[in-house]
Design a protein around this ligand. Structure first.
Ligand code: ATP
Ligand code: MG
Length: 773
């Protein structure tokens, strides 16, 4: 193994090796650009810790995503051996803190099996907090807790929904930066203090902690309880953290306490900080410099990932235009490579068609390079932009991966998880309702009646308790005649729910029987969508099976990370699944909130479809950044420099930077000029900031048949991409404005004419018409 360690060191360059081997009792900070081998160096550093005699179970390595954690475990395992790698605690901040909080739950006023609130439940809690506040103001004594979707007037529901969005953001930020109720009060933010206070009380009364609470509660445990502090200090003798730029203030506080022995390594890049909406704070680097004055700082300047063109284009974007971030010298020995292609597309469909054609071109036998589907990634700002690609890839039978949050948000997965949650003794009302509604027999109207019936009874207690009351009322024969139908349905549904745990003895068995309980419509969800679009029907059975299979992969991931040897796993699978099921649900909740992408779930030979945020730390040969439009990258809500959710134009620029630097060999940036309502769109303002000699610009071609006036187009191009040079020579010219206008309008309104063109051409015509109009 010593040999393997030395070989690993040899594979590093001088600066990387210096960092990996430097004195382990000195705090170390590695700051460098993308693709410079930061993560590779961090692996070397952990190997050095092992070599210097620190036990594997005394090392804590923090990564930003669970995917990065398993990647690191694999890399360490390859050198130090699998058994050793398994003993090292490689986790995300949240899963680390979850363990700590569970161990010391009673100190936080919770029981060890407290619930974790994900975004959905958090939002409900915020809404409840707002209602409580409104009731305070009105002087209404006892609030009636209602769920958002059941509120009577849509106006109230909408306004609460809007408000809750804003306040959820506030609560998130406050928790990430450790702002307390008292602090809000002190600076005169009365309303904020009230909302936060109610919110905390609600969570406490539900025996729950939210995602951010996990971190702040851990800090509290470490600062207020010396026994916890000592336990941690004795266990974690060395700490290493990757993607440091995305740690929040609270996470940093935690790190500072845990690393009071100075055996700490942080690795990061200011220019890749893209999680400020989640509370990430770039100032962490400065704090580290201040708090660990004996630290050593190492910079890596060579990029090993990308071609010269890509490195230069990305650096030009960030260095010239962002004030924040450090000036980094970047160089690479890689080939110059081809220019970055910037392509204008008429519509999302045209954009998709281009990408698909390119991928097929690259992967076809005739292609000179040897590309498999696994070498491609399509990156976008928002999940929705991936939809059209998914549909098209299914049609064209191109394998693709798209998991992460979207996967856990699938209705069928949410419902199955809700069904699992109902098997726990302290199931929350939200999941209980979801599961209950899913299993209720009857159509929408019938369901509504039964739910309404339970709700009337649940005025003073929870929905679950009310359903149980009904259950018992029926059993003891005190059911009123008029309520018979509803009562019977409640009864049969609860009966089904209760069977779920009693029968099954392993997690995978519970999941499959939960899936089997679901009515057909859950399994057919996809087909309806595809039908409307006039596309081929999916084999829905297969589709469901693959979804369930992904969840089963999660089960095996879970078992393998929670139990060290195979026998343990077997035994636990057999023992029945009460307490294990609970940890499994936690495990999934964390995956959902951590934007998890499991490598197991990913087929190596598949195109990756993902958001830019989730692409962090990863790399592909060919990357397509799609929808690089204004109002996507950057996402604009306000124009005064501060964008939505408190992110700034600079952070939006960093987002594009992260996306660009994922590419090894070829980078495409695509934008569309029209949305589905034929409204004109602008390309991303950042594209202008990349020096043009590094770009190959491909503009839209105008349909040959189109009669067009050159003079008109050129005089109407303000703010629009159509410039005179782009109009092909073969377009017939006319100098008479009114003639031309007339002709175009006739063309546009003649259906027959439109039918002759494909979508792309139709879009162009409409585009031009808009210009004239
Ligand atoms: P990011 O900022 O995107 O997370 P990073 O700095 O963590 O990037 P790595 O992922 O560690 O970079 O490395 C990028 C690529 O460069 C990897 O494919 C890695 O194998 C390769 N690489 C790193 N160091 C070297 C080296 N010394 N020699 C050759 N290849 C290297
Ligand atoms: Mg990295």
């Amino acid at each position: 193994q010593l040999q393997k360690y030395q070989d690993y060191l040899k594979s590093l360059n001088d600066a990387q090796r210096e960092a990996a081997c430097s004195n382990i009792s000195m705090p170390l900070m590695i700051v460098a650009g993308p693709g410079s081998g930061k993560t590779s160096t961090m692996v070397g550093r952990v190997l050095t810790l092992l070599k210097e005699g620190i036990g594997p179970s005394n090392i804590l390595a923090m990564t930003f995503t669970t995917a990065a954690a398993s990647e690191m475990r694999d890399r360490l395992g390859a050198v130090a051996g699998k058994a050793v790698a398994k003993e090292i605690e490689i986790s995300t901040f949240h899963s680390f803190c979850l363990q700590l909080c569970r161990r010391h739950a009673e100190k936080l006023g919770r029981t060890p099996d407290f619930l974790i609130y994900g975004p959905g439940q958090q939002r409900r809690a915020v809404i409840e907090a707002l209602r409580l506040m409104e009731n305070d103001q009105k002087g209404v004594p006892e609030p009636i807790v209602q769920k958002l979707e059941d509120l009577p007037g849509t106006d109230i529901a909408t306004s609460l929904k809007e408000k809750s969005k804003k306040w959820l953001k506030f609560v998130t930020q406050a928790k990430a930066s450790g702002r307390t109720v008292e602090e809000c009060d002190k600076i005169g933010e009365r309303t904020a203090a009230t909302v936060l206070g109610h919110y905390d009380k609600i969570l406490s009364s539900c025996n729950a902690l939210d995602y951010h609470d996990l971190i702040s509660s851990s800090v509290k445990l470490l600062t207020d309880f010396s026994e916890v502090y000592n336990e941690c200090l004795n266990t974690w003798k060395a700490i290493a953290i990757d993607e440091f730029q995305d740690t929040s203030l609270m996470q940093y506080r935690l790190l500072r306490i845990l690393a009071s022995h100075n055996h700490v390594t942080i690795v990061g890049d200011e220019d890749q900080s893209i999680f400020s909406f989640n509370g990430a704070d770039v100032c962490g680097f400065d704090s580290f410099r201040k708090d660990f004055p004996t630290h050593k700082e190492i910079r890596l300047i060579k990029n090993y990932r990308s071609t010269q063109c890509i490195v230069e284009a990305a650096s030009a974007l960030i260095l010239k235009n962002n004030r924040l971030g450090c000036i980094k010298q970047v160089e690479t020995d890689n080939a110059i490579g081809s220019k970055v292609t910037v392509r204008e597309c008429h519509s999302e469909e045209a954009q998709c068609a281009f990408v698909v054609d390119k991928i097929l071109e690259f992967t076809s036998d005739g292609s000179s390079a040897d590309f498999s589907f696994g070498n491609f990634a399509i990156l976008y700002r928002r999940q929705v932009s991936g939809k059209v690609f998914q549909m098209c890839f299914r049609d064209r039978k191109i394998p693709f991966n798209t998991h992460g949050v979207a996967f856990y948000r699938k209705k069928v997965i949410k419902t199955i998880m809700a069904l699992l949650k109902t098997t726990l003794p302290d199931c929350d009302d939200g999941p209980f309702r979801l599961a209950f509604k899913a299993l209720l027999p009857g159509d929408k109207e019938e369901k509504k009646m039964v739910v309404g019936y339970v709700e009337r009874i649940s005025r003073k207690s929870s929905f679950a308790a009310a359903a149980n009351d009904i259950f018992h009322a029926k059993v003891s024969g005190t059911f009123k005649r008029s309520q018979l139908t509803q009562g019977r349905k409640v009864l049969s549904t609860l009966d089904m729910l209760s069977k779920l745990v009693r029968r099954e003895r392993s997690i995978s068995m519970v999941i499959s029987s939960a899936a089997n309980m679901l009515p057909q419509k859950y399994l057919l969800e996809k087909r309806a969508v595809v039908d409307v679009e006039g596309r081929k029907l999916l084999n829905e059975d297969n589709d469901l099976r693959s979804v369930i299979q992904f969840l089963m992969d999660d089960v095996s991931d879970f078992l393998s990370t929670h139990f060290t040897n195979a026998e343990d796993q077997d035994m636990n699978e057999e023992e029945g699944c009460g307490s294990i099921l609970k940890s499994f649900i936690d495990f999934i909740t964390l995956r959902e909130t951590e934007n998890f992408r499991s490598r197991k779930q990913e087929n190596k030979n598949s195109v990756t479809l993902t958001t830019i945020h989730q692409s962090k730390g990863l790399e592909w040969d060919v990357v397509f950044i799609v929808k690089a439009n204004d109002n996507e990258i950057p996402l604009l809500h306000e124009y005064n420099g501060v964008l939505h959710g408190g992110t700034t134009l600079e952070e939006e620029r960093r987002l594009l930077y992260v996306a660009m630097t994922r590419a090894r060999k070829k980078l495409y940036i695509l934008y569309t000029i029209m949305d589905s309502n034929w409204q004109l769109l602008q390309p991303s303002r950042f594209l202008k900031e990349i020096p043009s000699h590094l770009l190959e610009i491909q503009a839209v071609a105008v349909s040959k048949d189109l009669v067009i006036s050159r003079r008109n187009v050129s005089s109407n191009t303000t703010g629009f991409q159509m410039s005179p040079e782009k109009i092909p020579e073969n377009v017939k010219k006319s100098d008479d404005i009114s003639d031309c206008f007339h002709e175009i309008s006739e063309i546009c309104f003649s259906n027959q004419f439109l039918k002759r063109f494909n979508l792309e051409e139709r879009s162009t015509i409409s585009c031009l018409f808009h210009q004239w109009a």
